[in-house]
Design a protein. Structure first.
Length: 259
């Protein structure tokens, strides 16, 4: 790669990143179709930048995350494997790469590998992303194996770390809802806790898709369809990333069931 190509690659990579940031803004403003078009443009620019030469680790991370969000899981995995060969990566770069690679495993249905990879990241540093993402993994593990105690223990630790984190509050809502299903004798108690955590999550992040879905479903199950409809009224203004556990088809189906 020549000096000119390297410079052009850097310019293109930065342009791709700015385009991705613009897309994020459009998604947050409730303009999913415009955001989708911007994300696709960002992907095109990232691809061109990579073709011209190597990208800086922070730009590559943004590219990999966008590939994951757009459902291009194999491409994201291949990119991250290329990133891992960069001997100039710092410890923080490795930390961020492991976070993303854990999510890549999870998207592929490889939950144990996802938790193992996240554990390696956590050995270096614990932060909000580790707590909320690993907490989500533990909820999935509990669904699959019934390991409720360990899942609850970890998610309560996450709550101690940040009791206002919307993702952690949502994880606890899902976990207590699962506990209600598994223990009919205490179902009322656990459902009340689930509802409380969902409502706290919604207060912190009103457009968090999983919370909108699970909270609306609980309201519907409890016969409060007016509240459920109000929550779901924003569904067409949401951008559904492919790494989101709830997709638009599920939200549409719930809205249709409520009527």
């Amino acid at each position: 790669m020549g000096i000119f190509d390297a410079a052009k690659s850097a310019v293109m990579g930065n342009k791709a990143y700015r385009t991705q940031v613009d897309a994020n803004k459009l998604a947050g403003e409730g303009k999913p179709e415009e955001a989708k078009a911007k994300y696709q443009e960002a992907l095109r620019l990232y691809g061109e930048a990579e073709r011209l030469g190597g990208l800086a680790p922070n730009i590559n991370r943004a590219y990999a995350l966008l590939l994951l969000r757009e459902g291009r899981f194999d491409d994201a995995k291949a990119l991250m494997q290329r990133m891992a060969k960069n001997k100039a990566m710092s410890k923080d770069d490795w930390f961020q790469l492991r976070l993303q690679y854990a999510i890549c495993h999870w998207c592929a249905g490889e939950l144990d590998e996802a938790m193992e990879t996240m554990g390696r990241a956590a050995a270096y540093k614990m932060n909000g992303s580790v707590y909320s993402t690993m907490g989500m993994f533990w909820v999935d593990k509990a669904r699959q194996t019934g390991e409720l105690d360990e899942a609850l223990k970890f998610n309560l630790q996450a709550l101690d770390y940040d009791d206002e984190d919307a993702a952690t509050l949502d994880n606890l809502g899902q976990l207590y809802e699962l506990m209600a299903e598994r223990d009919p004798d205490r179902a009322g108690e656990y459902r009340a806790k689930a509802l409380d955590y969902y409502e706290k999550a919604h207060a912190q992040k009103p457009r968090q898709i999983t919370t909108l879905y699970y909270l609306a479903r609980m309201y519907h199950q409890d016969g409060d369809d007016a509240k459920a409809r109000k929550l779901l009224s924003v569904k067409d203004s949401l951008y559904f990333s492919r790494i989101c556990p709830v997709q638009k088809e599920e939200m549409d189906a719930l809205a249709a069931e409520i009527g």
